[in-house]
Design a protein around this ligand. Structure first.
Ligand SMILES: *Cc1c(COP(=O)(O)O)cnc(C)c1O
Length: 481
């Protein structure tokens, strides 16, 4: 393959040549089109993806920052928010905002809670939120940026949030409770209707993270799958995040944050009245903002209609059940808990599950690795509808390979126990130096071959001192960019 252009050309590259180069660069990416990658891409099929791409192109240069000039974008946003609010049983006073993704939606929910507390409870000096351990890191990231303290509560055996633990963790500093529908790691919906009474009783805001489920669970419920209550129908739920770029099947850069009333949403907005550049008002995090993702999300909703979503939801539910029973039928593997939709994780009590993941990667099946316990994770979307049998047979093969090659992994095993041992002996600052070495190993596993994968995951999940894992991760990020 031609080397990726590194320098800034003096005279510009002609369009035709450049497009050829772009296509060539795209070969660096792992392929998802064949349905062997899980998570990251949610594909609605060629027709819808095509019309969304066209919409993206048509409105990509419009700037959503000024909706008096670009009335089209305002219309798209209002339509989208109204549709999602309707699906999630928002009442007549429900209100929301289109955002760039789940992280921004969650960021805004935390910011709104913090600013409402600042306005109404100035006695709170250290605002805190209470979340289950399975909550998405976007909450911790928001808390980190916004200087909100996070109290993490343990989940129950079935991996769902524990309402009693949450009740006990709430105190006079608590400004927000959050839970998931469903959580990413194990795909289970938290007992929203048991947590909501805690929020109501203590008069605290309650956010439901339906980034995954917001555009899925309403349709699954219509199809009469057993879906626990999770939306504004549950009294006490005050905000919900729902991603359009996940099970909404829109191109990336599309999510919605919803509030049960407009008064709450006001705390989200930002205005500056004293700038020499004029009056400046902004509803969300971004300033100048492309109309592309908004128009593309709108076009996706319009092209699919509720029938399209019902069809894809059924496909995902059926594929998820097939894959779950396939996994459970393989000796040595088991699905964790009882997933409510298309997010499924599985582990093993007898095999190194990350070795299984590596054997799958070698065959171009890409699954996420998760921890506590070590497990593999699939996010099943519509593009996997005909892939269940193929996936299960690849998984059987991978398990066979791992069972058969115990001895070859001695070096990996050695490395894992070596690093675990070191991390217990070395003080934090020494480990920092050492971590440069280990993250070098991470960087050396090139896209196609993941031979070091299991070793590295084994290392990180085995290290007792999480501060050391943190140092390692920071090194990896620093090396990548
Ligand atoms: C993906 C996800 C998020 C974060 O959304 P981004 O779009 O990646 O920013 C939050 N919560 C859950 C449960 C998710 O799966």
């Amino acid at each position: 393959m031609k080397e990726v252009r590194k320098s800034f050309p003096g005279s510009g590259i002609p369009a035709k040549e450049l497009i050829a180069e772009l296509q060539e660069i795209k070969f660096m990416d792992a392929s998802w089109e064949d349905g062997r990658m899980f998570g990251y891409v949610f594909h609605p099929g060629e027709e819808t993806a095509g019309v969304a791409a066209r919409a993206y192109q048509l409105f990509g240069s419009e700037n959503a920052l000024n909706s008096s000039l670009f009335k089209s974008i305002k219309r798209f946003e209002n339509d989208i928010v109204a549709i999602v609010a309707g699906l999630l049983h928002g009442g007549p006073d429900a209100a929301g905002t289109f955002t760039s993704g789940g992280t921004e939606s969650i960021f805004l929910a935390v910011k709104t809670a913090r600013d409402k507390a600042r306005a109404e409870h100035p006695e709170i000096k250290t605002p805190a939120m209470v979340v289950p351990g399975s909550i998405h890191p976007a909450f911790l990231k928001a808390a980190h940026y916004l200087d909100v303290f996070t109290v993490t509560t343990p989940v129950r055996k079935d991996k769902r949030a524990d309402p009693e633990a949450i009740r006990k963790a709430v105190n006079s500093d608590t400004i927000l409770i959050a839970a998931s529908a469903p959580c990413y790691p194990h795909g289970v919906v938290d007992p929203i209707d048991e947590i909501a009474p805690v929020a109501l009783e203590k008069n605290i805001l309650f956010h439901v993270d339906a980034c995954m489920g917001g555009m899925f669970l309403p349709f699954a419920a219509l199809l009469e799958y057993p879906i626990p209550p999770f939306d504004f129908n549950v009294p006490g739920v005050t905000s919900i995040s729902a991603d359009l770029h996940k099970y909404g099947y829109a191109p990336k850069g599309a999510s919605v944050i919803l509030y049960h009333n407009r008064a709450l949403r006001r705390h989200q907005f930002f205005v500056s009245t004293d700038w020499s550049g004029g009056l400046y008002g902004s509803t969300s995090f971004q300033g100048s903002r492309s109309g592309g993702p908004v128009a593309a999300a709108w076009a996706t909703l319009m092209n699919l209609g509720s029938e399209g979503y019902l069809r894809m939801t059924r496909n995902v539910m059926e594929t998820s059940r097939k894959i779950q029973s396939g996994i459970n039928s393989i000796e040595g593997l088991r699905v964790i808990s009882n997933p409510d939709m298309g997010l499924v994780s599985f582990t093993s009590d007898t095999l190194d599950i990350f070795e299984v993941g590596d054997a799958l990667s070698d065959r171009n099946w890409f699954l996420d690795r998760i921890q506590f316990p070590d497990a593999l994770h699939v996010t099943i979307a519509d593009q996997h509808k005909d892939k269940a049998d193929e996936f299960i047979s690849a998984l059987k093969q991978a398990v066979g390979i791992v069972k058969g090659k115990k001895f070859e992994n001695v070096s990996n095993r050695f490395l894992v126990s070596f690093v675990k041992g070191l991390s217990q002996l070395l003080p934090e600052t020494w480990f920092r130096k050492f971590s440069h070495l280990v993250s070098g190993l991470l960087g050396s596993s090139d896209a196609g071959k993941h031979t070091m994968g299991a070793a590295v995951y084994g290392i990180t999940s085995g290290i007792e001192n999480r501060g050391n894992v943190r140092e390692l991760m920071l090194d990896v990020l620093d090396k990548m960019y």
